[in-house]
Design a protein around this ligand. Sequence first.
Ligand code: EPU
Length: 419
Amino acid sequence: MDKLLIEGNGPLTGDVRISGAKNAVLPILTATLLGSTASRINNVPHLNDVTTTMSLLGRMGCQLTMGDNMQVEVDPSTINDYAAPYDLVRTMRASILVLGPLVARYGQAEVSLPGGCAIGARPVNLHIEGLRAMGADITIDGGYIRAKAGRLKGANIHLETVTVTGTENLLMAATLARGQTVIENAAREPEVVDLANYLTAMGAKIQGAGTSTLVIDGVDDLYGTDYTVVADRIETGTFLVGAAASRGKICVKDTVPSNMNSVLDKLTEAGADITIGDDWIELDMHGERPQAVNVTTAPYPDFPTDMQAQFCVLNAVASGTSKITETVFENRFMHINELQRMGADINIDGNSVTIKGVERLTAAPVMATDLRASASLILAALVADGETSVSRVYHIDRGYERIEEKFHQLGAEIRRASD
Ligand code: EPU
C-alpha cells in the first residue's frame, strides 16, 4: 500500500490547474446510460472512483473508449446486464447512481445496498422512496436493491433531507418518465447543476437547476452528446486552504470562482487577500498567519462538508480559537485524532470541535480514513515540523488527481513510497 511522505517546508507558492469535478463526473458517467446513442465526456479526471465507474459501466456491457485528452466515450447501446454488484459498490458508494438511469431506461436494476462508511450511516431511503413514487417496484433482498418498472410516471416528491446523489438519481429517472416530476427540497450543489446541464444537452426538459425545486417534463428519448465536466470546487478549495495555512501565495486555474463563495468568504475572514478572474482565483497571505474562523457545514450554497477537514487544519495553525460544527454527516471527525497526534489542540464535543490554534504542528505517522480526511492530513503535514507519513493513500487517489505532482508544483516536498 502506498503512503505519502511530506516535509513541512514553508509556504505554497505558484500556479495549479484544477481537474474536472469528481462529484460531477460520476453522475454524468452514469447518466450516459439514459441515452440511446454514445456520449463523449471531456475533462474527466484520472481518479480511482472514475475507474470504478467505468468498470461498472463496462461490466454492464457498455462500450467505453478513452481519448488522449481526458475524454471518455460511453456507448450504452450494447448494455446487457443491469446490476451493480457488491464488490464495486463497497469500494464506491456513488455506484448507487446507476439505479435511477437503469430503472428509467431499462425498467430493471439490481444494485447492492451501500453500507455505512467512515463518515456516517448514509442511508439511501430517499432514493428508493422517490423511485417508488414514480411507480418503480422495489424490494430489498440479500443486501440488494431490486427494482422493476414499466415506464416511470411523473410524481411530486418532497425530499425530507437535502441529498445530493438522491436528487441526482431522481432527476435522472424523471427525465424519461411519462409526465411531470417536481422534486422539492432538491440539492442545489453545482454538481447537480452540471448533471442537469448534461441531461439538458441530451434532450431532457429540466427547469430550476440550482434552486431547491426541480421541475422535469419527461421525454421519450435522450441522445448521447459531447459534454465538458465542471471544475472541482473541493479540489480548488483544498489547494487554497493549503496556501492559506502555509502563509503562501498561489493561483488556482481552470476553476469556477462563483461556485466557491462560502469557502472564499471564510478564507477572506481568515485574512487571505483574494483576487478573482473569469476562471482563476489568486490567494495571497502576504506571509501572515491565518486568523481562526468559525465554520458550520450545510448543503450548498452554505459551507461544504467536503471542506470541513481542511478548515480544521487551517484553524489548527491559526491565531485564535474557533468552533467547527458538522451538520451534514454524523461521524465526520475521524481526522481529528490524527491531527491531535500532530500537536493540534482540538476538543470534540458531539458534532462540534473547538480548536485552539498553535504556531506549528509536528510531524507524525498518520493514517487516512476517508477522502477529505486524507486531504486534511496532507495540509497538516505542510505546516508541521519534520517529515509526516500519511498511509492508506488509496483514499486520496479516489478523489484527487495527481495530488503529489500538483502539490510538488506548488513547492511542497512530497513523494509517494510503498509501505
Ligand atoms: N440521507 C438520508 N437518506 C438518503 C440520502 C441521504 O438520510 O436517502 C442523509 C445522509 O445520511 C446525510 C445527508 O442526507 O446525512 C446528506 O447526504 P447526501 O445524500 O447529500 O450525500 P451523498 O449524496 O451520499 C454527496 C457527495 C459527498 C458529499 C455529500 C454532501 C457524491 C458522489 N458524494 O454524497 O462527497 O460529502 O454529497 O455534500 O456526490 C466526497 O466527495 O468526499 C464526498 C463524501
